[in-house]
Ligand binder design. Sequence first.
Ligand code: ZN
Length: 428
Amino acid sequence: MAEAMERLGAEMHALIARLYPICRSITGDGLRQTLGILGEIAPLQTVEIPSGTQVLDWTVPLEWNAREAWVADSRGVRVIDFRRSSLHLVSYSVPVRARMTLEKLRPHLHALPDRPDWIPYRTSYYEEAWGFCLPQRQLDALPDGEYEVCIDSTLAPGHLTYGELLLPGESKDEVLLSAHVCHPSLANDNLSGAVVSAFLARQLAGVRRRLSLRFLFAPGTIGAIAWLARNREGLWRIRHGLTLNCLGDSSPFTYKRTVSGAAEIDRATAHVLAQSGYAHQLIDFFPYGYDERQYNAPGFRLPVGSLMRGRHGQFPEYHTSGDDLSFVSADRLAESFRVLASVLELLDGNLRYRNLAPYGEPQLGRRGLYRALGGSAIPDLQMAMLWVLNLSDGTQSLLDIAQRSRLDFAVVRAAAELLARHGLLEPG
Ligand code: ZN
């Protein structure tokens, strides 16, 4: 088990390393290429929505692609080159071919004075602009003089692309797992969530389950909005959901609740984290962060929480070149995978049962379910059977019982299944 998790962690990290150099944005070939690579892990369907399509209150933008982007000094030396890091170019930069002085160039150069060795991540999706990002130290060292600027990009009618995969269960009720895939070379913020999600889909494909699982890999905001716009009729199926992001760094886990804070996903994730032994915190919903804010909008109110380790905007490496391959580790990715697999398992098994022998306690010893222990402490499974029998009046779910008894959900579920096999319980 430990060895399998170690191998899985290493595989996930290797996939992040493969995706890392690609210049992703909210549209374009980098996004398509990313979805293609994720599709090697789990068979995604890609959906292309034409530029100009109205989606809810938004319009799908022009498609952006960049082939080359550099700044060369007066000797022709490329002092900034997008080939070295996709973060160097402001995402959605319009094409430019010009010579200019440093003074003219400077308003287009972005750096982080308080983190002078890192390249910031900047975008200009909905405003025509261009620019480069570089470490403050490098910016400070640029000599005066003339520079040549080349941005070979296109902003043209094309498509917005997202990837989707449904693993059907016995029920039409679905769990939505949504990851954003629109950031360029940032490992924790976007790649970790997408990669853990793709590996979950691979692991769970073909496994018999009650709930259907829907995996969505979409550019942030506009991608989730486009998906919601196209799937309005089917949204009633989404019974639980999570946005997945920042799952590879070494911060403790953070679970951000749904708007109501009382959804089954809120309780399920809190229970799994509490039982996991991993350091974690639970925080209330706020309308920022990732796409949970689209799913929780008042017109939809889908019960979608958010699982992360480092929090959106709260770690120094956030949206900088510090969020690189060394910032995420195989072990932390494997832990995140394990927590998510447990949450999905809990949701799937969280049924309500009815005690079929409710008049007093059924005689468990006669059925071989109770070992005479002569005064020693009762093991968890037997204690769980007593709790399940007592609380299974058709109103309490197994998670309710696990919380009330302070027993692990898996033990409570095992007790319920054992009792059902012996004709003492039935779902309902
Ligand atoms: Zn981000």
